[in-house]
Every structure is written in structure tokens, then in C-alpha cells.
Write a protein that binds this ligand. Structure first.
Ligand code: NAD
Length: 309
């Protein structure tokens, strides 16, 4: 059985993949191969394992033996599902396995923005001793309203953690959660506009779909509180980044934590990079060792099940 891992790998991830792969499977790393050897690996591949690399129709034309594409994560917007379907190639993701990691990153960004952590770190290390300057520049998360767009696995795990910090939870989702789920988190379902007006903290946990592209745009930022912070740990395309940069610069909202970008990697001169009130991370929400182990267990177990018929 030939498995090709499609994204670039760090030495640590490569070692983990090699340790966890099904016994007897040949595992190659296409991002490390020159173009001839890469094409040979694709031509012989029975399985592709992919995180965020694009699996296009043209790639699928070069993988004649392929039976299955295994996504290590949730969002399958990087895979041409129609092309896979036409070739009877199955596609699976690993729902839920990455929820802890992404929910923890959401909380980290919220707290860091509220306490201006990165700025304090930088100024303190530069010898500025910014204690007096910043005494009144931060807030507590406790007592604030946290609005979540998307109340699936990651949204609910984030809400659980946020509630522990003393926030009130409101959410909007196309599918309303069950009464038990709402009661467990004291979560109140509200309309999109209401959430934008009421929330102090707004976090996005939506899939990228045609209807969620630019889910937050100029009109939405205009409805938000001037003190609002926005966290995007879902997909870059859900936020219009130019409109977000303009809203931050105009003081329409106060800060943003962005893990996912409309184009990855983003341009070096991305307008959000110049802003102190923005925390930028490289699509790392699910990138912890704990999460990756859970995700790879499911991914390789799916492949073993298919192989076993
Ligand atoms: P999920 O399917 O459990 O939840 C998604 C929720 O979004 C569902 O409740 C769904 O009803 C809702 N939704 C769909 N379309 C909507 C719309 N138009 N308006 C409002 N709500 C809508 O998925 P999840 O596991 O919670 O993951 C959420 C997203 O997080 C994924 O789709 C993925 O894009 C992203 N993600 C990011 C990282 C990262 O590293 N930053 C890691 C994993 C997942």
C-alpha cells in the first residue's frame, strides 16, 4: 500500500507520521521530492494524506490508482470533491479530533488581545517598563459577552472554555444546537445582526462555503462595538481582510486574532501585519502534538479499514 503525504513536513512531524503509519505501508512525502519522483509517487499512490495542500482535479488526473483521500483535519475546502466523486475516490476528514487545540488557541488569542500581551512583552524586553503607560489599556474577559459564529464541535469547545472565564455565551449557526447543548453552556441563540451588535468578543468557527465567503465584511464591522475583538480560527475566506484592516485602522473594532488567511501564506506586506492590535499565527490551531496524534490515529485507522475492505 502506497501512501503519499502531500503537505510540507517538519522533521518532528515526519518522524511521527513514520511511527504511526499502518504496518507495511510505504509512506512518501511529495513536498520533499523533485518533480519526476513526485509524479512517480502520485502515479503509484493508493492513498493521499493531506492537511491544507490543494488537491485539484489536475492532481487527481495524475493519480490513477488512488482510492481514498484522507484529510487530517475538518475543512475539506482544499480538496476538489467533485473531481474525487467522478473518479469514485472516497474522501474523509477527522471531525472533533482537533477541537481542543483550536478552542485553546481561540482562548489564548482572546486573553492576549484583552491584556495586550504581545505589546507588553515587546516593550518590557525593550527596557521601556510600560507599567504606567498600560495600566488602563486592558480589560478583563470576565463579564463580557462572547458571540460565536458556528456552534459545531470547535465552537462549543471554545464556548465551554470561555464560559469558565465568566463570559455570557451567544451564538449564531444555520443549525440551532439542541436544548441540552444550549443549557450546558447557558448559550443563547441570536440572529447574525444581533450577535454583531451585542458581542464584546466575536469568534468564527464556520466552514468555508460559497455562502460563508466574506461572512464578515464592511457592513458587519460597522455593526460591531468599537471595543469588540474578532478571532478567526476557521478559514481565511470567511473574513474580508481588507475590510477588517480598514475597520481596525478606523477604530471601528479594537483588535483581531487571525490564524487563517484568505491566501496561505499571506503576502509579506499584508495590511493586517502592520497593526499592533492584530495577533497573527500561521494556521496553527490544530498544530499541537496532542491534536496531531489524535488526528493521525483516526486518519491511518480509516486507511487500514479501507485496506481491510
Ligand atoms: P463543525 O462542522 O462541527 O461545525 C461547523 C458549524 O458551522 C456547524 O454547526 C454548521 O451548522 C455551521 N454552519 C455551516 N454553515 C453555516 C452558515 N452559513 N452560517 C452559520 N453557521 C454555519 O466543524 P468544526 O469541527 O467545529 O470546525 C469548524 C471549522 O474550523 C472547520 O470547518 C474548519 O474550517 C476550521 N478549522 C480550523 C482549524 C485551524 O487550524 N485553525 C482546525 C480545524 C478546523
Amino acid at each position: 500500500m502506497n501512501i503519499v503525504y502531500v503537505d510540507p513536513v517538519s522533521p518532528e512531524l515526519k518522524q511521527l507520521l513514520l511511527e504511526m503509519k499502518p504496518p507495511g505501508a510505504e509512506l512518501s512525502f511529495s513536498a520533499e521530492l523533485d518533480s519526476d519522483r513526485r509524479e512517480t509517487a502520485f502515479a503509484q499512490a493508493d492513498y493521499l494524506v493531506v492537511a491544507t495542500a490543494e488537491i485539484s482535479a489536475s492532481l487527481l488526473e495524475r493519480t490513477p490508482r488512488l482510492v481514498h483521500i484522507q484529510k487530517t483535519g475538518v475543512g475539506v475546502d482544499n480538496i476538489d470533491l467533485q473531481a474525487a466523486k467522478e473518479r469514485n475516490i472516497t474522501v474523509a476528514n477527522t471531525p472533533g479530533a482537533n477541537a481542543n487545540g483550536v478552542a485553546e488557541l481561540s482562548m489564548l488569542m482572546i486573553l492576549a488581545l484583552y491584556r495586550r500581551l504581545l505589546l507588553l512583552d515587546r516593550e518590557t524586553k525593550q527596557g521601556e517598563w510600560p507599567m504606567w503607560k498600560h495600566r488602563l489599556s486592558s480589560y478583563e474577559v470576565s463579564g463580557k459577552v462572547h458571540g460565536l459564529f458556528g456552534f459545531g464541535r470547535i465552537g462549543q469547545e471554545t464556548a465551554r472554555r470561555s464560559k469558565a472565564f465568566g463570559t455570557t455565551i451567544i451564538y449564531y449557526d444555520v443549525q440551532r444546537a439542541s436544548r441540552e447543548q444550549e443549557e450546558a453552556l447557558g448559550a443563547v441563540y441570536v440572529a447574525k445582526e444581533e450577535l454583531l451588535r451585542q458581542a464584546d468578543i466575536i469568534s468564527l468557527h464556520l466552514p468555508l462555503l460559497p455562502e460563508t465567503r466574506h461572512f464578515l465584511d464592511k457592513a458587519e464591522f460597522e455593526l460591531m462595538k468599537h471595543t469588540a475583538v474578532l478571532i478567526n480560527v476557521s478559514r481565511g475566506g470567511t473574513v474580508n481582510e481588507e475590510a477588517l484592516a480598514a475597520a481596525l485602522q478606523a477604530g471601528q473594532i479594537s483588535g483581531a486574532g487571525i490564524d487563517v488567511w484568505s491566501s496561505e501564506p499571506p503576502e509579506r506586506n499584508h495590511p493586517l501585519f502592520a497593526l499592533d492590535q492584530v495577533i497573527a499565527t500561521p494556521h496553527i490551531g490544530a498544530g499541537t502534538k496532542d491534536t496531531l496524534k489524535r488526528v493521525l490515529e483516526i486518519a491511518f485507522s480509516n486507511i487500514e479499514k479501507i485496506e481491510a475492505g
